[in-house]
Structure formats: structure tokens, C-alpha cells
Design a binder for this molecule. Structure first.
Ligand code: PEP
Ligand code: MG
Length: 890
């Protein structure tokens, strides 16, 4: 008989942590904790296979499931000393979702399930605490109605608020047992009113309702969005965990909390967390009461006057500390744990590898490797390359004057400035129109994921360091200040007010997630410091990396940043970018407007010294590292003015008539410029352009050598060839220029000539092209454009539905389309190597900085990847991980 349910509790479990795919992360870890002998409330996990079955069979369950659930319930009850549904001694349970990957977009927890009008009486009697029992029941009605029955929780909050106002109460704790009884009656009446049927009084019906809601939540829009953003396949499914309730709200010796074995913001090796005495799970994260520190050291540092768990519950603290140490050693990673203390007894409710900032993840990985808990290779594998982005971005200049509006909690590090928006749709709209924004909310919920993505930073007025906003922002690497309690947000008016100062939607603020400060206006930022653990981990990564990492750079600034970030050369210098600056554009335009070759040569002669100086400087900065320079690529019309005003201005500055300028611009107009007069086609039609560039390269190399003493070996790259003949024609003029410069100067510059492979035909004819090309650089931007027939510039309008419908796994301009474009690359490599076995193979499209694409590059054996300077560290790490992954498979 198929097994759909796995039990745990009482120091044993049917599952274990390796069964994550089947039991989900939460279920597998509960089983593992039970196996480790830690105190875990007994319960069971309904497997992810049931979820798959549920969706494959018209939302029905396997026939054996009910009996297996009943048996597991009975067993859990036996261990806990209760019976599910029993009116005198009821077992109460929690029901929680739990997929393979942690998914904040999924169903919330349902606690206290099994409470009914009659079982609540038993709970009151057995606990000797009416207030606790009725409070638990009303919480259950509210939670269950909201999560399972889809009744808006505000309806219940309104009832409670009105009641409190009438009674003159300010806190929930002011309500007595009798008060909560009144609330229960009112809540049930509300459910009847909204749903037209009573709140379910049969515990079994409650349980199946909750199980159905968990499986149903796998396909809710929040979960679907989250999966799309995190690349989690829908086929994984979720498990359901049903577990005996333990209560943290049974008085002063009861508590509930969350903790990390290391500090998730800094990575410091210290127990870190928050707890609340006499509270239930959701109270800690809800941010309504301010949580207390777990350790005394943290309490002192925070300057809190509320006792730490270490002093308030010293014995439980000691046991908890042992459990946390055991768990970290066992999992060999920082753990994020939930626990409850019920009248002095510790219960572990969850453990998982904790989410952390990039900074913390580096420190934790390096320290764990140094302590011998993990290997250096594991440390390298542990860091998400994309998360390094957080460390590579600016922080606030400490010398800058800060007009601090308010200080909240430093929930996610880094700093960002932008205009205030008060909801996620406005954040998306701002981003779509190219404006940077800061999302300001009282608190965030999973519905705000898209807004958080679209904004530069997040500010919330409620919630602690473990609030939704804090956790999600850290995961996304966005700065976040949470719990800025003195800020009043008025959504209707579109304002936020702090200390008498009011800001409107659109006003600029800066959030500093490292200090918790919110600052008026934009502020000077500093470049990141790349030493310490970052440098250590990068060194380890470089030690295992096979592929080279170069940068796409053309300006001296870019080249310097690239070197600082560890680039081993320039993989693509787009010379056209050098044509726009200062007075160069004037000479470029003169060249384009020239009526004949002589006119063009005259204008090019003006450009020559400028280009030569550009190249000389680049060679100098790169001091002997390879520099790959691409000949002019874009269609010439890109250099001409387009609007009437621009045309008038340029005509005056060039001393030509507006008509002439306009008519040349219209001559150069193309319907498909990206498939038009560009790339090597320019060099073939106007050889004098390539000649000037080749001369500038050779003369620049000689100049740089004179200054630095190091000989550079320029790589000269021809763009957009579809066959050997084009390359041969251009190569001939480069070779001729090399000879000419040698004759003129007596200096011989070593150089190589290669080509971009960025058209499908070039991949197919790579064997022939490699007869002439000394290297290939795959231009996967154009290869994606031409391979899929999708315009690089116009794809945004339809790529959304294409990825949403699964036609494309992801944006092919971000992550290489391995099946199609990837195969073209593989064909290009195989055929190129046939005629030139040692051919140097690079990639310089955007994919060169994308970790998933870099993995592909390693697999197919490229020599190097080249990407934008800021992505160089990401590429170095991703290349190391790819090398380790490929090695472990072979
Ligand atoms: C490419 O096409 O991948 C490439 C690097 O060239 P560009 O983006 O300049 O067209
Ligand atoms: Mg290209």
C-alpha cells in the first residue's frame, strides 16, 4: 500500500532530513529533530506526493489517505496523552504547509485546530485557565476562517477593536475569559453572516478543511508568483504538517520565539533571536508586542529593559542553547528555529537553514570552513553568486550630512534613495517608468512581493527583525528599515509623518538598512569595501575556477572597476561607446556626412589620435592583461540626431545645412537596423573605418608599451560575420595596417584577429570561419535575438506572458536559452575546434554575468566569460561553483 503519511515524535520518526523532496523542508527537519532526540511535539507529515495526486485527480485524495491520517492522529494523541475530537481530553493540532523550498507565499499556519464549543470547555478545565482557553478558541476561529474559509481577518479585528473601545481596554491582554467568550459568539455570528453557514464544529471536518486549504494554497497567485521569481517548479508540490499543539501562552513560564544560531545580518557567531513570554507563535512575528532578546548579551547591546530569556527562563535557555548547538553541528549550517515553552518545558517546532544577508553568508561560510565544520569548496558552493550584488553596491558616505527623519530597525543592509510610494502597484508603475522608489508600508505581506521587487528599498512602521518585510528584503538583497514605530502612514492622504514633518508620495527619502535610519532626500554613497571574508572567499573561488573571467569595458573608469573586482582582462571593448563622448561625436558625424571616401578619411584622421589615446590608456590600465577590441558595430544612424531641435543644433555645430543632415539621416533609416547596415558590413563597405581603428589599436599598443614597458597583445574582433569571406576581407585590412605601422615605427605589435559568433549561420559555418579566426567570442545577445527571432529592444511587451505560460523558462536575454541558443553555441564550438583545436572561446553577451548561463559555459568548455564590471565577482564565484558542479558529476 502506498505510504502517504510519515509520523514523528517521542524521540523517533519515520522520516529524516534527506527526505526533503517527499516531506518538504519542514516535515523532513521535524523528523530529523525527533531522531536527534530533541523535544518535538508529536505529529505527522502528509507527503508532497499527495499534493501531486490531488492536482492530478481533480482535487481528490488517494483512497488510503484517510485511514493513514486517522492512524497517525491516534498515535500522536497517544504520545501527547490526548485524543483528537474527544470532548473530555481533546488533542489540538497545528496545520502547516511545507514545500521543498521555503515559500513565504504559501498558506499561513492554522493553530489550535480541534477546538469547538465543547472541546474548549475541556481545555478550560484541564488548563485551569478560562482566559487562555477562550482566547485560544477565538484565535482559532479567526485564523481558520481567514486561512481556510477565506473570511477577511479585518472583520474580526474590527469586532475586537470596537469591543475594546467600548470597554476602555487598550491591550488584548486586558480581556478576561468572559470577554473572550463574548468575542467567540460575535466571531461565529460573523462567519455565519459572511458564509451563510456556521463555523465547523466537527474537528475532523476542520482538519480536512485545513489540509485542503494547504494543498489549495499551492496554486494561489502569491505562491505562483513566488515560485516564478525563485524558479521553483510547480511539480514539486507541498507537504502538510499536522502536529500536536503546545502552548506558549499558558502564563509567565510559557513563551514562544524564533532564533538563529548566528546573527543573520552580520554573520557573527552568536545566538540571536526574539521571544515573548505568554504568547502564541504569530505574536512574535506580528510585531504587535515588542519581542524580548534571547541572550543577555543581546539585551544589553539593544539597551532593552525587558528581561532576556537567559535571565527570565534560565533552565529552559540552557536546554535551548544545547539544542541550537546540536542542530548547527548536525546540519553544518546556520539554523533558523522556532520554539515554544509550555509551562517551563521546551518544545522545538521547526529548524531550517536560516536566510541571511550576503555579508552574513560570507562570514558564516568562511568561519565555518576555518573551523573545519565545512570544506572550503563547500563554503564556495554555499554563497549565492547573485546575492553578492548586495555587497557590490554603494553604502552611505559616513561623511555625508544626514537629515535623519526617524530610526527604525536595521532589517536588511545597504542603502538606497528613491521617491516615496505607499503601495506595491505604485512601486511597479514607478519602476516601469524608470523612476527609483522606496516602498513605505505599515507592514508588508506576501501580496507586496512584486512591489518589493520593484522598489530600491523598503520602510515599514511595524514589525521586528523577523517580520515579513525584513525576511523578504534580506532574501532579495534590498535595504530595509522595519518597525519605524513613530512614523504615521496615512494611505488615503498619501503621506507619512514623523516628528511633525510630513512627506508626500513622490518626495525623495533614503533608507539605510545597515543603521535603520531613514534620511530626508538623496545622499552621497560610497563604493563597497572588498576585503575581509569577501576577499577570502573569492580567493578560494579563484582556486577552483577553470574559466577565465573578463569584463566588458571601454572607459578607463569601467576598466579600473573591472580590475578592482578581479577581471582578468577585457572580453569586449565596444568601440562605438568611445565615439559618443565630447568632441569625438563631431568627428564621427563629419565622417558619416562625408560625400566620398576622401571626406570620410579626413574626418577619420581627426578621430585617430583620440582613439589611439583611448586604447593606450586602456592598455595601460590593463597592464599586459588581454584586451579584446571590437571594431565598430552599430548602424551609423545611431550617431545622428533625430528630433528637429537636435538636428538644428548639430547642423549649426557642424556647419552643414539642416536639410543635408536630415536627408542623410533618412538615407540611413532602416526598418530593421539590428539586421541592417551594421557590424562587419560597415567595415566592408567603408574599409577606411576599420583601417583607422586598427591603426589606433597598434599605435596605442606601442604607446602603452613605451609607458609601462609591458607589451600588450591586442585581440581585434570583427562583429556580426555570417561566414569566412567577410572575416577574411576585414582581417586582410587589419593585417595590412599591422605591417604598415611596423614599417613606420619599427615596432612589431603581436596581435590576434578573431570574430564574434552571434549569427546562427556563423555557428553552422564555424569550421570554415575558424580557419581564419584565432578566437571566437559568442555574442549571445545577438545570437538570442537572431536565433529566436525576438528583438532585443521590443521583447518586453510579450516576454511576460511567454514566461508565465511556460513557453520560455525565463527571459532568454537574461539566462541563455540552453535548448536552442545553447545548441547553436555548442555547434559553433564543436565545428570551430574541428579546424582549430586550440581556439580561444569566450562569451561576451549579457549571459556572461548570469550564474545559470555561466554554468552552461563551463559545461560546454568555454575559455572565459566576459560581463559588466560590477558582475565580475558574481561571475568569478559562479564559474567556481560551475567548475565544482561539473567536477562532481564527472
Ligand atoms: C552580443 O550580441 O552578445 C554582444 C556582446 O554584442 P552587442 O550586445 O554589442 O550587440
Ligand atoms: Mg552583438
Amino acid at each position: 500500500m502506498a505510504k502517504w503519511v510519515y509520523e514523528f515524535g517521542d524521540g523517533a520518526a519515520e522520516g529524516k532530513s534527506e527526505m526533503r523532496d517527499l516531506l518538504g523542508g519542514k516535515g523532513a527537519n521535524l523528523a530529523e529533530m525527533a531522531n536527534l532526540g530533541l523535544p518535538v511535539p508529536p505529529g505527522f507529515t502528509i507527503t508532497t506526493e499527495v499534493c501531486t495526486y490531488f492536482y492530478d485527480h481533480g482535487k481528490t485524495y488517494p483512497p488510503e489517505l484517510e485511514a493513514q491520517v486517522n492512524a497517525a492522529l491516534e498515535q500522536a494523541g497517544k504520545i501527547a496523552g490526548h485524543v483528537f475530537g474527544d470532548e473530555a481530553n481533546p488533542l489540538l493540532v497545528s496545520v502547516r504547509s511545507g514545500s521543498r523550498a521555503s515559500m513565504p507565499g504559501m498558506m499561513d499556519t492554522v493553530l489550535n485546530l480541534g477546538l469547538t464549543d465543547s472541546t474548549v470547555e475541556a481545555l478550560a478545565k484541564s488548563s485551569g485557565n478560562d482566559r487562555f482557553a477562550y482566547d485560544s478558541y477565538r484565535r482559532f476561529i479567526q485564523m481558520y476562517s481567514n486561512v481556510v474559509l477565506d473570511v477577511d481577518h479585518h472583520l474580526f479585528e474590527d469586532i475586537l477593536e470596537t469591543f475594546k473601545e467600548r470597554k476602555g481596554y487598550s491591550l488584548d491582554t486586558d480581556l478576561t475569559g468572559a470577554d473572550w467568550k463574548l468575542m467567540i459568539t460575535a466571531y461565529k455570528a460573523k462567519v455565519q453572516e459572511v458564509l451563510g453557514k456556521p463555523f465547523p464544529q466537527d474537528p475532523k471536518a476542520q482538519l480536512w478543511g485545513a489540509i485542503g486549504a494547504v494543498f489549495g494554497s499551492w496554486m494561489n497567485p502569491r505562491a505562483i508568483t513566488y515560485r516564478r521569481l525563485q524558479n521553483i517548479p510547480a511539480s514539486w508540490g507541498t507537504a502538510v504538517n499536522v502536529q500536536a499543539m503546545v502552548f506558549g501562552n499558558m502564563g509567565e513560564t510559557s513563551a514562544t520565539g524564533v532564533a538563529f544560531t548566528r546573527n543573520p545580518s552580520t554573520g557573527a557567531s552568536e545566538l540571536y533571536g526574539e521571544f515573548l513570554i505568554n504568547a502564541q507563535g504569530e505574536d512574535v512575528v506580528a510585531g504587535i508586542r515588542t519581542p524580548q532578546n534571547i541572550t543577555e548579551a543581546a539585551r544589553i547591546e539593544a539597551g532593552s529593559d525587558k528581561p532576556s530569556m537567559e535571565t527570565a527562563l534560565p533552565e529552559v535557555f540552557a536546554e535551548f542553547l544545547r539544542a541550537t548547538e546540536l542542530l548547527e553541528k548536525h546540519y553544518r549550517d546556520m539554523q533558523d528555529m522556532e520554539f515554544t515553552v509550555e509551562t517551563g518545558k521546551l518544545w522545538m517546532l521547526q529548524t531550517r537553514n536560516g536566510k541571511r544577508t550576503a555579508k552574513a553568508s560570507l562570514r558564516i561560510a568562511v568561519e565555518m570552513a576555518n573551523d573545519g565544520l565545512i570544506t572550503r569548496e563547500e563554503a564556495v558552493m554555499r554563497i549565492d553568486p547573485a546575492a553578492l550584488d548586495q555587497l557590490l553596491h554603494p553604502t552611505i558616505d559616513p561623511k555625508a550630512e544626514r537629515q535623519v527623519v526617524v530610526t527604525g530597525l536595521p532589517a536588511s543592509p545597504g542603502a538606497a534613495s528613491g521617491e516615496i510610494v505607499f503601495n506595491s502597484d505604485d512601486a511597479e508603475a514607478a519602476k516601469a517608468s524608470g523612476r527609483k522608489c522606496i516602498l513605505v508600508r505599515v507592514e508588508t505581506s506576501p501580496e507586496d512581493i512584486h512591489g518589493m521587487h520593484a522598489s530600491e528599498g523598503i520602510l515599514t512602521t511595524r514589525g521586528g527583525m523577523t517580520s515579513h518585510a525584513a525576511v523578504v528584503a534580506r532574501g532579495m538583497g534590498k535595504p530595509c528599515v522595519s518597525g519605524a514605530g513613530s512614523v504615521r502612514v496615512d494611505y488615503k492622504a498619501g503621506t507619512m509623518t514623523s516628528a511633525g514633518v510630513t512627506f508626500k508620495k513622490g518626495d525623495i527619502i533614503t533608507v539605510d538598512g545597515t543603521t535603520g535610519q531613514v534620511i530626508k532626500g538623496a545622499i552621497a554613497m560610497l563604493q563597497p569595501e572588498l576585503s575581509g571574508e569577501f576577499a577570502t572567499l573569492m580567493e578560494w573561488a579563484d582556486g577552483v575556477r577553470r574559466m577565465g573571467v573578463r569584463a566588458n569595458a571601454e572607459t578607463p573608469t569601467d576598466a579600473r572597476v573591472a580590475r578592482k573586482f578581479g577581471a582578468e582582462g577585457i572580453g569586449l571593448c565596444r568601440t562605438e561607446h568611445m565615439f559618443f563622448e565630447g568632441d569625438r561625436i563631431v568627428a564621427v558625424r563629419e565622417m558619416i556626412l562625408a560625400d566620398d571616401e576622401a571626406g570620410r578619411r579626413k574626418a577619420l584622421a581627426k578621430l585617430l589620435p583620440i582613439q589611439r589615446a583611448d586604447f593606450a590608456e586602456l592598455f595601460e590600465i590593463m597592464s599586459g592583461l588581454p584586451v579584446c577590441i571590437r571594431l565598430l558595430d552599430p548602424p551609423l544612424h545611431e550617431f545622428l540626431p533625430h528630433t528637429d531641435d537636435e538636428i538644428a543644433e548639430v547642423a549649426t555645430s557642424l556647419g552643414v545645412s539642416e536639410d543635408k543632415l536630415r536627408s542623410r539621416a533618412s538615407e540611413l533609416h532602416e526598418f530593421n537596423p539590428m539586421l541592417g547596415f551594421r557590424g562587419c558590413r560597415l567595415a566592408i563597405a567603408f574599409p577606411e573605418i576599420a583601417e583607422m581603428q586598427a591603426r589606433a589599436i597598434f599605435e596605442g599598443a606601442i604607446e602603452a608599451k613605451k609607458k609601462t614597458g609591458a607589451m600588450v597583445t591586442p585581440e581585434i574582433m570583427v562583429p556580426l560575420v555570417f561566414g569566412k569571406t567577410e572575416l577574411d576581407l576585414v582581417k586582410a585590412s587589419i593585417d595590412a595596417m599591422a605591417k604598415a605601422v611596423e614599417t613606420e615605427t619599427g615596432d612589431k605589435v603581436p596581435y590576434s584577429v578573431g570574430t564574434m559568433i552571434e549569427l546562427p549561420r556563423a555557428c553552422l559555418l564555424a569550421a570554415e570561419i575558424a580557419e581564419s579566426a584565432e578566437f571566437f567570442s559568442f555574442g549571445t545577445n545577438d545570437l538570442t535575438q537572431t536565433g529566436l527571432g525576438i528583438s532585443r529592444d521590443d521583447a518586453a511587451s510579450f516576454l511576460g506572458p511567454y514566461t508565465a505560460k511556460g513557453i520560455l523558462a525565463s527571459d532568454p536575454f537574461v539566462t541563455i536559452d540552453q535548448r536552442g541558443v545553447g545548441e547553436l553555441v555548442e555547434i559553433g564550438i564543436a565545428r570551430g575546434q574541428k579546424t582549430r583545436p586550440a581556439i580561444k572561446l569566450g562569451i561576451c553577451g549579457e549571459h556572461g554575468g548570469d550564474p545559470a548561463s555561466i554554468h552552461f559555459c563551463e559545461k560546454v568548455g568555454l575559455t572565459y566569460v566576459s560581463c559588466s564590471p560590477f558582475r565580475v565577482p558574481i561571475a568569478r564565484l559562479a564559474a567556481a561553483q560551475a567548475a565544482l558542479a561539473v567536477k562532481s558529476k564527472s
